[in-house]
Design a protein around this ligand. Sequence first.
Ligand code: FDA
Length: 395
Amino acid sequence: MVRKFDAVILGAGAAGMMCAIRAGQRGKRVLVLDHARAPGEKIRISGGGRCNFTNIHTTGTSYISANPHFAKSALARYTPNDFVQLVERHGVPWHEKTLGQLFCDNSAKDIVNLLLAEMRDANGQLELQQEVLSVEKAPGGYRVATSGGLVEASALVVATGGKSIPKMGATGFAYRIAEQFGLNVVETRPGLVPLTLDAQLLERLAPLSGISVPAEVRHGRTAFREALLFTHRGLSGPAILQISSYWREGDEILLRIAPDRNLFEELKSARKINGRQAPQTVLAEILPRRLAQHVLEKAGLAATVQMAECPDRVLEAIASAAQSWRMKPAGSEGYRTAEVTLGGVDTKDLDSRTMAAKAVPGLYFIGECVDVTGWLGGYNFQWAWASGHVCGDAL
Ligand code: FDA
């Protein structure tokens, strides 16, 4: 027996559920299929268990894509405020943490439950633990063969996300379907991911492991000011995750530790006030002690030197060791820990108002599988909600 629907949505993540809600509210008969045991697993683990569900500063400029304008239409039609209203309607308590990032007060599960309740109200059907065996064109639409049987629908929405965290069931499924129907896929790579260092550099930086400092991390013309964390494998923290989406193998990054401070001027005035102090003592008042020590070693300063013995050029060398620190990461931690997948279904082949494949009637791609990747800070969920919503509006 073949079951028939108006739309079959593959993937019960953020984008797929939002799409089902919107289409269901418009009276469409919708089936959502997922191979996982539970819906919205990435929502559940997101934001350290509190889900950074949107960012109030969302604009098209916070996204990386071969076409930087593509996301604007959907983001303008379904805004962070629209999602906040939904969250408030369900009485989910939330707060702004920093930089416009909105988090649940209690648990990310509140967001999953909210989406499931909305989906139920909209009569969307959800079937879990369904392996999708094949997808093909059928008269008037698409036929999907799953471990649970055959379904047909006039529209097929692919919302199966990217490749990040394969342990949670992430697959390259969406890209395979895109290719099957002749759509281009922009090369994929891990984004929002810690960077690793070669063994030699790692050994030198080993004493810094666990230190978190405010920093500006730059790659070319792109820079982020957030926390930087030295780890036992390399570099992490929000500033590094952000820049990792721009960094390519072989590139250098530039670290500016304590970017809001003028280290050179501070060192000069410390020398004036008390020339007998050791630079180590002065710097350790500004930076964590172990980092101060490392910076002085990098600047080639002997431990016995006093501030009065440091001419301007030495103080400049110290400041520059901390604030013009060039580093060449060896690689990234890869999809194992990446929060997102860069690249994906080529936006050239999609209609930005509906997410429909331009050349394949009835086929849609939404969420992370599309070549639209947000910065850290709630932007990726906002893209999932927005692309899912405009697609649900068009089904
Ligand atoms: P998503 O990956 O959520 O959903 C895809 C669904 O498809 C899954 O349910 C999966 O099981 C299913 N699926 C996959 N392959 C399938 C197949 N072959 N057959 C059937 N089903 C299949 N973003 C943000 O804005 N704020 C945050 O706080 C965080 N935090 C965060 C933490 C961590 C650890 C990660 C890994 C990621 C984040 N993100 C985030 C990113 C965010 O989770 C991501 O951008 C969205 O979940 C993408 O939503 P999608 O619906 O597109 O894919």
